[in-house]
Design a binder for this molecule. Structure first.
Ligand SMILES: Nc1ncnc2c1ncn2[C@@H]1O[C@H](COP(=O)(O)OP(=O)(O)OP(=O)(O)O)[C@@H](O)[C@H]1O
Ligand SMILES: [Mg+2]
Length: 249
């Protein structure tokens, strides 16, 4: 199945002052799991996600997806970033259809996939709008639809809701959970928001910086649907905050 297996993973960015972004990372992400990568700025979250995506190569150790070394990007792994970077000259549907277009699907098939993906993120009716006609939250949904249009097995998300206001963020989190519960695609989600990580994840992987390592993994064994502010979630949040303080010391 589409598991990720990372063993003794390290990443050094070469240069006049080389940076060890990751060191000794061992992690397995099971198919269908929702994992959040959490940690302070610069601790290597994006680097780790980029390695899972195939955008960056490990300097040492191994990174496997579905039993094979990750070498380059793959439509089976959909990417969502903080900035959806939609092409302003294309309609929302044509933006979402871009992946299928690159892969040689015909116009009718592309449109069908785009419409279907947009419906899955609650954007039915906005297919022919242009990006500037949507709100920030809607553009972010379009970014998720664009990833879904390739029918990926995995969604790799780097602070996807980092740039929207709080209430939009709450709504997008709930939409994402509904999508995940319906489709059970693996999700690896980067955030530096403790509450967001605990609300979303089956497991929260807390990274510590310089060099980025796994400090601790928290199992969020709270049933779903979860309720914001529920005691069991707050307790795990408190535990994570304590761990964050330990890291700082
Ligand atoms: N292309 C690069 N070249 C050199 N150094 C890099 C490169 N990308 C990241 N780094 C360094 O690697 C470390 C980890 O960076 P990374 O972007 O993975 O952190 P992050 O946890 O995603 O931070 P943030 O929360 O601010 O997004 C940092 O010290 C950063 O300066
Ligand atoms: Mg980052």
């Amino acid at each position: 199945m589409s598991d990720f297996v990372l063993e003794s993973l390290g990443k050094v960015f070469d240069g006049p002052a080389p940076v060890t972004a990751l060191q000794g990372v061992d992690l397995r992400v099971r198919a269908g799991e929702f994992v959040c990568l959490l940690g302070a700025s610069g601790c290597g979250k994006s680097t780790l996600l980029d390695i899972l995506a195939g955008l960056e190569r490990p300097s040492s150790g191994t990174a496997l997806f579905d039993g094979r070394p990750i070498e380059g990007t793959d439509p089976r792994r959909g990417l969502v970033f903080q900035d959806p970077a939609l092409m302003p000259w294309r309609t929302i549907a044509d933006n979402v259809a871009f992946g299928p277009e690159l892969r040689g699907h015909g116009r009718r098939e592309r449109r069908a996939r785009a419409f279907e993906s947009l419906a899955r993120v609650g954007l039915a009716g906005f297919e022919d709008a242009y990006p500037h006609q949507l709100s920030g939250g809607m553009r972010q949904r379009a970014g998720i639809a664009r990833a879904l249009a390739n029918e990926p097995e995995v969604l790799l998300m780097d602070e996807p809701f980092g740039a929207v206001d709080h209430l939009t963020r709450v709504a997008l989190q709930e939409d994402l959970l509904r999508l995940w519960e319906r489709e059970r695609r693996t999700i690896v989600f980067v955030t530096h928001d403790v509450g967001e990580a605990v609300f979303l994840a089956d497991r929260v992987v807390l990274l510590s910086p310089r060099p980025g390592r796994i400090h601790r993994i928290f199992e969020v064994t709270v049933g779903r649907p979860r309720e914001r502010g529920q005691k069991a979630l707050i307790e795990i949040e408190a535990e994570i905050y304590r761990a964050l303080h330990d890291i700082e010391r």
